[in-house]
Design a protein around this ligand. Structure first.
Ligand SMILES: [Zn+2]
Ligand SMILES: [Zn+2]
Length: 50
């Protein structure tokens, strides 16, 4: 599976593969520092799919 355009690769991958669709969805996990960092500081430009 590949993330759709304009999605953040990390967050997409985490949501679909690691957090099983829960991140940014029904039950976001609060124990993932990488996702929390993106949520706080935004997604790095180089991680956005072009
Ligand atoms: Zn995560
Ligand atoms: Zn992100």
């Amino acid at each position: 599976m590949n993330p759709p355009k304009r999605e953040c690769r990390q967050c997409w991958f985490h949501a679909y593969e690691i957090h099983k669709g829960n991140w940014l969805g029904l039950a976001p996990r609060k124990d993932c520092p990488e996702c929390l960092d993106h949520l706080k500081n935004g997604h790095p430009d180089h991680m956005i799919v072009r």
